[in-house]
Design a protein around this ligand. Structure first.
Ligand code: UD1
Ligand code: MG
Length: 452
């Protein structure tokens, strides 16, 4: 069988009313990226060559979100049903000769393997006209039912509202994901009517039309988790939880120690090396790469950060976008790092803000050091040379450079560059007044006693 090109039509014109949101349903994030992007990523992994998203209400939000991705948009101005929605891709895909896969934007966990399996089913010896992805949920509820024999040949598909009691008792349900060759799909969709309980043009009706034409329709099955649809915030949370569970299992299978797996949250693109240890209550935002042998202590939050091998992070560390931690470096408790490179073996162990800075190898940043990188209008850089020592409670007022091996005395406010190997001591002169405190105390005590 020669592989035919696959185009995907992603239905997302529904109102998503149950989300109670001004944000389009498919743009709600799952594992740190819009749920739609999970589906787009799976489709790409399955070598789907074109992706058309059908939008309606607040469709311009989707249009803006997918800008820069290879995604085409088609509008369904009135939501007349899933068959009508799919048909809106006809003009956009006029020059596509191959398989068309129809799927739903709110079903984000569909895997690349399943997409490939469903598309390949059309090429099997029995040459079915339509291949539908079915599943058996624990509660079949209001899903459309698939009446099929044991070999997966479909006799009928029926929406819950239109189904008889016997049909409702069938637990094989329609996920909505459907594969049809382009030459077959458009004529089939144009023949679908809306004489049913909802008065809608149902996509599953193309199955009955295919059967009436003497060409078969088949179902292949997948797990219920993979085709869980998201219609409410509660379902979004449930799908997020399922996604996280799977990701945690994968991390551990890949050689990562999770002390309390249920308390660690990953993003869609988190990359972890081997022998990484992650303590409880760690959250990964998007864009984090962690190399081998790193320890991330409890209650740390990482986003857009790259952590090199043997680095040690937290507890209570915050790595923000552009944090690049060198080999064996150390970022300790209540330290925030943003757009900053930490050299090999550099340390910022306590209570520090490093923003828009480069910190050389083996630098020691004392407790309470702050890079003052912002004047309310612009951001400025701080450069700290290799081997420098920044004393505790120093403010480095950017733009400023601290030379290699320089020493900044504790409590300094550094506004000018410090030469390599120099000491910068920025403190008011100390004045000692022997006995002054005792005299003051005695005077005040007497004054207070006189008032009683
Ligand atoms: C649909 C299926 C049902 C299946 C279920 C799986 C039909 C008629 N029914 O039912 O068999 O078990 O999904 O979740 O296909 N959409 C549009 N335009 C429209 C209508 C819908 O773009 O005019 C989009 C929605 O945004 C959504 C998807 O199509 O992404 C499915 O629509 P929905 O209304 O949720 O269909 P269900 O009633 O759940
Ligand atoms: Mg639905």
């Amino acid at each position: 069988m020669s592989a035919q090109p696959i185009a995907a039509v992603i239905l997302a014109a529904g109102q998503g009313t149950r989300m109670k949101s001004t944000k389009h349903k498919v743009l709600h994030p799952l594992a740190g990226q819009p749920m739609l992007f999970h589906l787009l990523d799976s489709l790409s992994a399955a070598n789907v060559t074109r992706r058309v998203v059908i939008v309606g209400a607040v469709g311009e939000q989707v249009e803006a979100a997918v800008a820069g991705r290879e995604v085409e948009i088609a509008w369904q101005r009135e939501q007349l049903g899933t068959a009508h929605a799919a048909l809106q891709a006809k003009d956009t895909l006029a020059d596509h000769d191959g398989i068309v896969l129809v799927c739903f934007g709110d079903t984000p966990l569909l895997s690349a393997d399943t997409v490939a399996r469903l598309a390949a089913r059309l090429g099997d010896a029995d040459q079915p006209m339509v291949a539908v992805l079915g599943f058996r949920p624990p509660q079949a509820a209001a899903y459309g039912r698939i009446i099929a024999d044991d070999a997966g040949n479909i006799a009928k598909m029926v929406e819950f509202e239109d189904a008889t009691a016997d049909e409702r008792a069938v637990n094989l349900c329609n996920s909505g994901v459907t594969a049809v060759r382009s030459a077959d799909l458009w004529p089939l969709l144009e023949r679908v009517g809306n004489a049913n309980a909802a008065g809608e043009y149902y996509l599953p009706d193309i199955v009955m039309l295919a059967i009436a034409d003497g060409r078969g329709a088949v179902v292949i099955e997948t797990g219920a988790d993979e085709v869980a649809g998201i219609n409410s915030r509660a379902e979004l949370a449930a799908v997020e939880a399922a996604w996280q569970d799977k990701r945690r299992a994968r991390a551990m299978a890949d050689g990562v120690t999770l002390v309390a797996p249920d308390t660690v949250f990953f993003a869609h693109d988190t990359q972890l090396g081997r022998d990484v240890t992650i303590e409880p209550n760690v959250v990964f935002g998007p864009g984090v790469t962690v190399a081998d042998d790193v320890v991330i202590h409890a209650f740390s939050h990482l986003e857009g950060a790259a952590v090199a091998t043997k680095a040690d992070v937290g507890p209570y560390a915050r790595l923000r976008p552009g944090a690049m931690l060198g080999e064996g470096s150390r970022v300790g408790n209540f330290v925030e790092v943003k757009n900053t490179t930490l050299g090999k073996g550099a340390k910022a162990n306590h209570l520090t803000y490093l923003g828009d800075a480069s910190v050389g190898a083996d630098v020691n940043i004392g407790a309470g050091t702050i890079t003052c990188n912002y004047d309310g209008f612009f951001k400025y850089r701080t450069e700290i040379g290799a081997g420098a020592f920044i004393g505790s409670n120093s403010a480095l007022v950017a733009p400023v450079k601290i030379g290699d091996g320089a020493l900044v005395a504790a409590g300094s406010v550094v506004t000018r560059d410090v030469a390599a190997d120099a000491l910068a001591l920025v403190r008011a002169e100390r004045a000692d007044h022997p006995g002054w405190a005792m005299r003051f105390r005695n005077k005040q005590k007497a004054a207070k006693a006189a008032k009683k």
